[in-house]
Write a protein that binds this ligand. Structure first.
Ligand SMILES: [Fe+2]
Ligand SMILES: [Fe+2]
Length: 346
């Protein structure tokens, strides 16, 4: 059977359009923003081995350290089942959980780094996107070093991402070249929940182990730039997509947010088995309690704002956001704190 391919003129038109999309030098405001972000990366960046004194006595990981107990901003830490466990058990679970979040984070960053390189490979000479993507890749490499060092020090042999995602991850970065817009939304689906969770933990002010505190503070500081870039990138391009493409994208976004967010915040099967946590508790912690629903919704206020502003909120998309249980009001500005009382949302 003959395979139907696009006529040659169409194919060259697609490639021409794709190339033109990568040339951003005529957009002065966008170039300025990227220059500011790149200069920020040069001015303020961290090195995992000179900015964290891993061998200082205060960074030692010792048995029975209650600072590893999960904060109440963590859905597991907040649950009565967890709080009813012995202190030793709470510490053990806390260390495993925090190590695994770091491991998922670094797995996710590894995908992002490969995608950044794939995208940057195709950018034309003089593109400010090339420079910014490389700065971001350097920072993410440092984050993966920092997170892996943290996992090693904690000493829990955690698996990180769910198995299925580990199997499909090699192809995800390849999407960044031909389909950068879906790729960047996928990146936001990972960065927004991690950033939101870390900011909440830091805001809560509970005594944390110094490793956790330092690692999170460094990460939050650099992540602000990364999230800014993803937003700027999408704001520049999404409004110019055809209506049909925008429609499909509007359905893809909430589904991706929900799926990737679950992969990141819900611990893998090994966790529930290791600590023999009842199924009912597991369901309640992440899916059915009003607190967990609010947490899910709050994570994506900024993405809802981005979708609203770029024409990705239509009645069908809104329904998908609702089915995925991440619907709600869009943020009024980026990183707007979600202060509403629980009852008003439940
Ligand atoms: Fe990172
Ligand atoms: Fe990042």
């Amino acid at each position: 059977m003959a395979v139907k391919t696009a006529p040659k003129s169409d194919r060259t038109r697609i490639i021409r359009r794709w190339r033109k999309n990568m040339d951003v030098t005529d957009d002065a405001a966008y170039v300025d923003t990227l220059t500011t972000l790149s200069e920020g990366s040069v001015r303020r960046n961290f090195n995992p081995y000179t900015d964290i004194d891993w061998d200082s006595p205060e960074f030692a990981v010792l048995d029975g350290d209650e600072r590893w107990i999960l904060p109440t901003t963590d859905p597991i830490g907040k649950h009565s089942w967890y709080q009813a466990q012995s202190k030793e058990r709470q510490i053990e679970i806390g260390m495993w959980r925090q190590a695994n979040v770091a491991k998922v984070g670094l797995h996710f960053e590894s995908i992002l780094i490969r995608g950044l390189m794939e995208y940057a490979f195709w950018t034309p000479n003089n593109s400010p996107e090339y420079r910014y993507c490389l700065h971001e890749a350097v920072e993410e490499c440092n984050h993966t070093l920092m997170f892996q060092e943290m996992v090693n020090r904690i000493g829990a042999d955690v698996p990180g991402m769910p198995r299925l995602l580990k199997w499909i991850q090699p192809v995800i970065p390849l999407v960044a070249g031909p389909l950068p817009i879906p790729f960047w939304f996928g990146i936001l689906a990972g960065e927004e929940p991690i950033d939101h969770t870390q900011k909440n933990v830091l805001r809560e002010g509970k005594a944390l182990h110094p490793i956790m505190e330092r690692v999170m503070a460094i990460h939050v500081a650099e992540e602000a730039r990364h999230i800014s870039f993803a937003h700027e990138y999408l704001r520049k391009r999404v409004p110019h997509l055809s209506r049909v493409k925008r429609f499909w994208l509007s359905l893809y976004v909430p589904l991706t947010m929900r799926l990737l967010c679950s992969a990141i915040i819900v611990p893998p099967r090994a966790f529930w088995k290791e600590f023999d946590i009842p199924r009912s508790v597991r369901k309640e912690i992440f899916f059915t309690s009003p607190e967990s629903r609010k947490m899910l919704r709050d994570m994506f206020g900024d993405v809802r704002m981005l979708c609203k502003d770029t024409g990705l909120m239509n009645p069908v998309a809104k329904l998908i956001w609702r089915i995925c249980r991440i619907n709600g009001a869009p943020s009024r500005y980026r990183s707007e704190p979600q202060r509403q009382h629980l009852v008003s949302v439940a």
